[in-house]
Ligand binder design. Sequence first.
Ligand code: B12
Ligand code: SF4
Length: 517
Amino acid sequence: MPEAADVGTGNLLGVAMNERFLFVRPPRPLWPFNGPSSAFWPPLAFASLAAMLRERVHDLRVEILDAPALEMGWHTLEDEIRRRQPAFVGIGEEAASCVEGLRLARLAKSGGARVIAGGCFFGHVAPEVLRSGLIDTVVHGEGELTLIELVEALRDRSDAALARVAGISFLCDGEVVRTRPRPLITDLDSLPFPAYDLLPVERYGARSRNHPRLAAIEASRGCLGSCDFCVLWRQMGRSVGDHVVPQLRVKSPERLVEEIRVLLRHHDRGYLGWVDPCFNAHPQVPGRLAELLLRDGLRIGQSAWMRTDGLVRDAASGALASCVRAGLNEAYLGIERPDSDSLATLHKTSGLDDARAAMRLLRERFPEVLAIGSFIYGLPGDSPATVRAIHRLAIELDLDQFFFIPLTPLPGTPGWRSELWDATGEGFREFNFLPSGRPHGRHAALERALFFSLLLTWPPARLRGYWRRLFDHDPRKRRVGWRLIGRGARLHLNRLLSGWRGGRDDFGLIFPAWYES
Ligand code: B12
Ligand code: SF4
């Protein structure tokens, strides 16, 4: 791989004024646990990047096309891209939507746009996607500052200009060039407010009862932890030499209140989905923010991924009580494993005692908070007995719902190997955090054991848990309880039947009727 500094100068062309930079989220299948009304959150990455571009590159028309939110299928999207004729198209996908990302890149390129890919998936498969010829530049890690410089460099049309931009990869004479790492933005308060006005805001959570008028919002980037299987701390980590270390950065509570005020007053939002890798990683910010919201009489439903040890800490300090009073009503907890040894193997730093203590606190002091746990199976050495133990732990903890996620070799994590690259993208459908459902798949024996455990293991604690969830006196919890149980049952049955029936496999995802429209 040539060094960035070795790259020569290319041709120089004039800059067209008011070129269009179009961020596109293409049509995609739904994750089966989500209902159609809240399956698609506002794409906060695009809103944040667009706001920065708009603020710093004045002669650019910045737009976001969120096809799933508009129920826009491929046919209409193609017309729309032709009509808008963007000079640049920005894309960023989960691995599971790699098919859609590549299809979009092909479409954009055929219209003459230059395609820039970023995010937690493309950033870790840069050599592979660049060699596909569908993508011109890959942005690694945090995107805002890189994108400003990148647009200027692309307008310059020289490889030398590209080589000066930190945090990207591009092809030069058939070789992949990766430039020096981009330093993290030190003060997140310096980011402009996300460009919510460029999104079809009224569509998000429009018909949802549990997440009405949904907004996505971030309080922090990165994490204190460095769990093996996780891309999030890597995506927003700090480069030290040739490796990345975890780094947590937070916005100030004062800035966050302002953002929330704008979401409530200008965009009529009714529910906040915190997108933070770990909302309660910082010991002060969530609690202080909640106090400010309460002071201003702002109360709004909220969901967040949280650490169990942080939850215990914040219950003791009173911060958790403030958060719940300000509206926090859904906590997603990464509990992962039923034994300390495998937690240590995964470098998970919150443990089983934290999980037990957190769940006790939630049940006793915050019964209105819906507690959802996620667990990982498929580590080397896992056996049917391991997944049965995970299921028993989930029952013991008395969670309102739990997800079992197969250990997935996401690009960027140690499980990833470049041989797994699939240029069609289809192979990445299985990176959807769902049981594969294949009779001979990666984790077939574990998934069969899990299925039978879910079907046949009914200790009194599980029966009590179902009774409580389905007949909870809190109507929201009752509704969510019924829905999740129904969707879970549907998923497991469908996966089992599709394994038996053969034929087209949708990987457990739900393709909406408008997908090709
Ligand atoms: C909100 C969310 C959802 C929502 C909404 C999804 C949707 N499609 O609307 C729900 C809950 C429904 C969901 C579902 C799924 N999700 Co999700 N989701 C997220 C979450 C929490 C937030 C994304 C976000 O807004 N981040 C905040 C922004 C600001 O950060 P960012 O995306 O990293 O963007 C920055 C940089 O990465 C970069 N960047 C990003 N994109 C681009 C593009 C360009 C052009 C450039 C230049 C830069 C750039 O610049 C940005 C600003 O600095 C992330 C985790 C996370 N914290 O990121 C997972 C995450 C993206 N989801 C993930 C997954 C796997 C899924 C599912 C497949 C399974 C699941 N349920 O978890 C489904 C698929 C759903 C579907 N079909 O769309 C994984 C993806 C892993 C991977 N490498 O593929 C993540 C990373 C979580 C994880 N635990 O690993 N998800
Ligand atoms: S605590 Fe959560 S977000 Fe942080 S590294 Fe571990 S899995 Fe990732």
